[in-house]
Ligand binder design. Structure first.
Ligand code: HEM
Length: 63
């Protein structure tokens, strides 16, 4: 709820700084095999994943 991580890593603007949009969006779509991060491609489109990533990189929900 705070995007500060727990089972997964923090997804705050400062934690994601410098990470490429493309690779973060790919993580959302495909997940990270061998970790608890599931892929979401059955539920959302590539454009949705990029949109979510853009929101996180610009500091959603604080900014
Ligand atoms: C709205 C749903 C979710 C989104 C948008 C999301 C997004 C992300 C992103 C962008 C990363 C990469 C972070 C980075 O490289 O710094 C990540 C990693 C990760 N996520 Fe998620 N996540 C979601 C749900 C979940 C759930 C439900 C779990 C587990 C219950 C989870 C577990 C993890 C873990 C363990 C990693 C790190 C994987 C590694 O070690 O490389 N995530 N997530």
């Amino acid at each position: 709820m705070q995007l500060t991580g727990g089972l997964g890593p923090a997804l705050t603007k400062s934690a994601l700084r410098g990470k490429p949009l493309d690779s973060l969006a790919a993580t959302i779509m495909q997940g990270r095999p061998g970790t608890p991060m599931p892929g979401w491609k059955g539920m959302i489109s590539e454009a949705d994943a990029r949109w979510i990533t853009e929101q996180l990189l610009t500091g959603f929900p604080q900014e």
